[in-house]
Design a protein around this ligand. Structure first.
Ligand SMILES: Cc1ncc(COP(=O)(O)O)c(C=O)c1O
Length: 406
């Protein structure tokens, strides 16, 4: 069952939004553009599906094409690694292109750095990719339950990577401990009190995705933006950017999480404006969203600016993958992984299942609505992708009544 609550206290996020301005986003995009493999990812328009669902239009920014890495995450890791090196050299990142970063002179000055991170897969792959290109080292720790395929993807980028016997949040703590013991640079995609600088760079790096989408939309103003969240870094960055673009009438912003790891939803439900952790195995097919502790900076933005918080079962993400992979009419086919399809899947269920009529109305989803989604990953686990899209794994549970009559 999808659960949804309104933000009880949307009071704005204050000066933290200054980190997510158009000017900053353009500067960061220039850095990404200096990387030779940079290509803008496509914004797909799913008008046929929108018509079927009774909304005006649907757009999906497809990050499966990002840097050949099948996910958006490298945008954050690459910018944070670049900013860290710029900082060590006492220069600004605006002056330090990818070409300069790879110059032997810089390597001579800094020696070989080791970047360490904990990851469900996509972030670590991005860090490993960037570290290798700049001639540095990456050590990547993954939480228990991570798949072999995602581990191998990281190892194939030259990282020293392994799966721990801990959940995501405890794996982050282990990586942090190793960083302190061995003098590695912790490049984590979540912030906590006292560790905010690098995670803020990572969040800012994600703005390239939001900026591209905003430019690709042109004159079209999205009325509703749905963003999936693990720790809420990506959701916070997208929210910060779009709120800054439409300060007078921002789109309705919704944060979507798996029910087993809904730390932003639970924090919003607590209603005291503070991030709260959820504990346990955090077991969900949405591996990228299996995080129990919100990013403090991300949460500040979401608490201040987001409108709705969703907690969703796994089958909605699986449904999103199937719909995106089997489009209506002339719509383009989008290959989406479990985390990538999370928000789209939840909303497709809201729009198509009559049981959610009231929720749909509360969100103001109607024939005037223009919806924007971010498919943040492609089929990063191909075996799981096929089991869901080909074999129908994680289907919508059959209602009790219907089951009895079969
Ligand atoms: C594919 C994908 N989408 C979304 C997210 C969520 O990002 P965040 O943890 O910043 O909320 C992740 C995180 O790893 C991810 O891998």
């Amino acid at each position: 069952m999808i659960e949804c609550i309104a933000n009880p206290d949307k009071a704005g996020a204050g000066t933290v939004l200054n980190n997510f301005t158009l000017e900053k986003a353009e500067m960061i995009r220039n850095f990404h553009r200096s990387i030779p493999m940079y290509r803008e990812t496509p914004l797909e328009r799913l008008s046929a599906f929108a018509e079927k669902c009774g909304v005006k239009d649907i757009y999906v920014k497809n990050e499966a094409r990002r840097f050949g890495l099948n996910a958006f995450k490298v945008l954050g890791g690459s910018y944070a690694v670049g900013s860290y090196i710029a900082d060590r050299l006492g220069t600004g990142i605006a002056e330090l292109s990818y070409e300069k970063l790879t110059a032997p002179e810089i390597k001579r000055q800094l020696g070989t750095l080791t970047f360490i991170s904990a990851t469900d897969g996509n972030h670590g792959r991005g860090i490993a990719w960037m570290a290798r290109r700049l001639g540095h080292r990456a050590v990547i720790l993954m939480p228990k339950g991570s798949t072999q395929e995602r581990l191998e993807n990281i190892r194939s980028e030259g990282a020293d990577a392994w799966i721990t016997d801990r959940n995501y949040d405890d794996t982050v703590r282990l990586a942090n401990q190793l960083a302190e013991e061995k003098g590695y640079v912790m490049v984590q995609d979540t912030a906590w009190d006292g560790y905010e600088r690098i995670p803020l760079w990572i969040m800012q790096g994600y703005m390239t995705m939001a900026l591209e989408a905003w430019e690709q939309l042109g004159e079209v103003r999205p009325t509703h933006i749905f963003v999936q969240a693990g720790v809420g870094s990506m959701a916070g960055a997208v929210t910060g950017f779009f709120v800054n673009q439409y300060p007078e009438n921002p789109p309705v912003i919704s944060v979507v999480e798996p029910e087993q790891a809904a730390c932003i939803y639970e924090s919003a439900r607590a209603g005291d404006g503070k991030p709260h952790a959820v504990k346990g195995s955090l077991s969900t097919i949405m591996a990228g969203l299996a995080c129990g502790e919100p990013n403090t900076v991300g949460f500040q933005i979401l608490w201040g600016c987001a409108d709705w918080f969703f907690s969703c079962p796994d089958y909605t993400a699986a449904q999103g993958m199937r719909i995106l992979g089997n489009p209506a009419g002339q719509d383009v086919r989008v290959t989406a992984g479990e985390s990538g399809a999370a928000a789209f899947g939840a909303v497709s269920e809201l729009l198509r299942n009559p049981d959610y009529r009231e929720m749909r109305e509360r969100l103001g989803l109607d024939g005037n609505s223009v919806l924007l989604f971010f498919n943040t990953e492609g089929d990063t686990d191909k075996e799981r992708y096929r089991s869901i899209v080909w074999d129908g794994a994680f289907g919508r549970p059959v209602p009790e009544k219907r089951r009895q009559t079969v």
